[in-house]
Design a protein around this ligand. Sequence first.
Ligand code: NAG
Ligand code: NAG
Ligand code: NAG
Ligand code: NAG
Ligand code: NAG
Ligand code: NAG
Length: 677
Amino acid sequence: MGSKMEELLATKSIFFAVIFILQYILTIESASSISARKPLANNSSGPVLYPPVQLYMHDDHVVVDNGIFSITIASPQGTVTGIEFNGIDNILNDHNGESDRGYWDVNWSDPKNPTDKLDKLIGEHFDVITNYENQVELSFKRYWKISQNGNRVSLNVDKRYVVLRGSSGFYSYGILERFKGWPDVDVYQGRIVFKLQDKLFRYMAVSDERQREMPSFEDRSRGEPLDYPEAVLLTHPSDSLLRGEVDDKYQYSTENKDNRVHGWICSDPPVGFWMITPSNEFRNGGPVKQDLTSHAGPVTLSMFFSTHYAGTDLGMEFRDGEPWKKVFGPVFIYLNSVASAESPTWLWADAKEEMLMQTDRWPYDFLNSSDFPRAHQRGVVSGRLFVRDVALARADSAFIGLAPPGTIGSWQVESKGYQFWTRTDNQGYFEIKNVRPGQYNLYAWVPGYIGDYMHPSIVNVLQGSRIRMGVLVFHPPRNGPTIWEIGVPDRTAAEFYVPEPNPTLMNQLYTSQRTESFRQYGLWDRYTDLYPEQDLVYRVGVSNYETDWFFAHVTRKVGNKTYIPTTWTILFDLENIEPTGNYTIQLALASATAAELHVRINDPRGVFPFFTTGLIGKDNAIARHGIHGLYWLYNINVLHTQLRAGRNVMYLTQTRALGPFRGVMYDYIRLERPPRS
Ligand SMILES: *[C@@H]1O[C@H](CO)[C@@H](O)[C@H](O)[C@H]1NC(C)=O
Ligand SMILES: *[C@@H]1O[C@H](CO)[C@@H](O)[C@H](O)[C@H]1NC(C)=O
Ligand SMILES: *[C@@H]1O[C@H](CO)[C@@H](O)[C@H](O)[C@H]1NC(C)=O
Ligand SMILES: *[C@@H]1O[C@H](CO)[C@@H](O)[C@H](O)[C@H]1NC(C)=O
Ligand SMILES: *[C@@H]1O[C@H](CO)[C@@H](O)[C@H](O)[C@H]1NC(C)=O
Ligand SMILES: *[C@@H]1O[C@H](CO)[C@@H](O)[C@H](O)[C@H]1NC(C)=O
């Protein structure tokens, strides 16, 4: 047992949550009910006081120390080179160079000379924005010059770091800006990256179910790369329990709406390092866009925008001198610890609680930037959504949000502006809070129904405005009554059959977690194992989509390297044919990757399919273990002369068979009879 003070020091950070409450009421009395742990106060009745935040400036770096942790930042570069906390000299991997430990970067390309480039946004000017006892805010800027065109992404950059008194962690945000007349540029990805000490951080947590002991970077280098370099079979891991497993960073991806806290745990000393994202307003592609979290390295990311699970349609293309400015973040990098006797996994529970505290504090009121509006400078948009399909119903748990003005569904490929999403309650009511002033459209979709809602008028949010949209009614696409349907319209393929992985290519995490078994590696090749000769046949009224409909319409492997197109067959019976009006197929796809889907009815060999999607999709969800990518909806007209009384056959052919990763995932298919006139 150490001294009492040492014990206090070891446990101080977990009290961060408590401290904010205490700062308001300025008495420790209320803390006595919480537990025996005590924050850093000298006595039990006085105010909770932490030491002031100190800023130390040196020639080529600055140090900010608030008594709980200290951070070292290269100056003027603005890369984080050190984080000292709880007896660990540097949480970050100091075998890496100074610009390869904690940094921002963007992927970009010059459309006149398109090659992917990475720019670490290294700062050239250092400014102290705020420096007093309760807060230090630092800025590392870079100004773009025309002479740098082609070599540097044409953006001005302002990277900020903020440390508060008594706070066990730091904030980072970035302001990216370009001015009118600047040259064309494509920007694909922007993120902040932290590379931790590999000897210390071995246990990763992404959610309650998704946490495990991870392989190291060396384990991966000694392994065998699989169908692409990110996926490695661990053949010689230092921890023999990991032998024979697959590691791939994409197995830890998460939808934006759930990507709120993730990170790493060190067991000795017991310390956690967490990336907390308190808002999705600056992320691209809306609430179900997926992205990376943490992965073997050990690495922790906050992806601000990317093309993952979506494709280059989400890249930001700036043309004709388009000006632009956007604030990314702040995100909060949280450090916590427990006394050595306690379970390190408690750190995860504490990090989740911290995430809730940070989310409640959003929008932060302490940033010193006029580009980040505070709560009173933002607006609220509210209303109630109904859905009229076969009957009028309240939109229960609908996704509803504001995104830049566009067209139906355009939010899912939108990256330049801000988006604000929420869910309706079970009565259809919604309130979208903390909306930045600006012009938006209101978009929605309702689980259980196909299609997208968009309110026809622009929503103009002003400072402090409270806009009531009133009662809104979404009419999902429907031409006639349902004859049959396959799946559930929820924009994922999760309800379909997800096979067991090849036993030699497993991630043990997803064998015990059957709900996310789609994250296993190599499921695309299981189609060939299950359907070696004949493709999938689905009998309406007999088959069950949960067991008889493979989650992805992929290619079939023949021999070692050849892949061929596959045709899925749906058999259905019609008692009689209605001689007036048209039938409709509602075809909703949850994903598409360089695919082309042909639809034929009762004529498997017709030269012309009666419907084709054309070549669509770049979301790569099959290779990245997603259960969806982007959403596609087709309303396909079927003439009654194409159908017959009795047995009918629908053929779905994915014609583009180059490689294992090409294909589509279905969300839902419905055949409708002609409308009753
Ligand atoms: C505790 O702090 C309060 C306020 O600073 C002070 O009035 C009180 O005397 C202190 N008590 C002890 C036991 O030090
Ligand atoms: C608490 O005690 C320490 C050591 O005696 C002292 O350095 C510190 O200033 C004290 N803090 C407060 C808030 O009085
Ligand atoms: C971004 O750059 C990194 C590093 O060069 C590279 O590995 C990655 O593939 C790039 N991503 C894109 C989308 O270009
Ligand atoms: C905010 O930043 C400006 C410089 O950008 C500075 O002049 C001002 O003092 C800062 N305010 C606070 C409260 O630190
Ligand atoms: C598959 O690869 C193995 C080993 O490279 C080779 O021996 C075999 O002939 C190949 N089979 C086909 C059908 O190409
Ligand atoms: C049925 O579809 C055909 C072909 O698209 C179209 O020309 C016709 O107007 C439609 N009939 C009705 C009643 O909608």
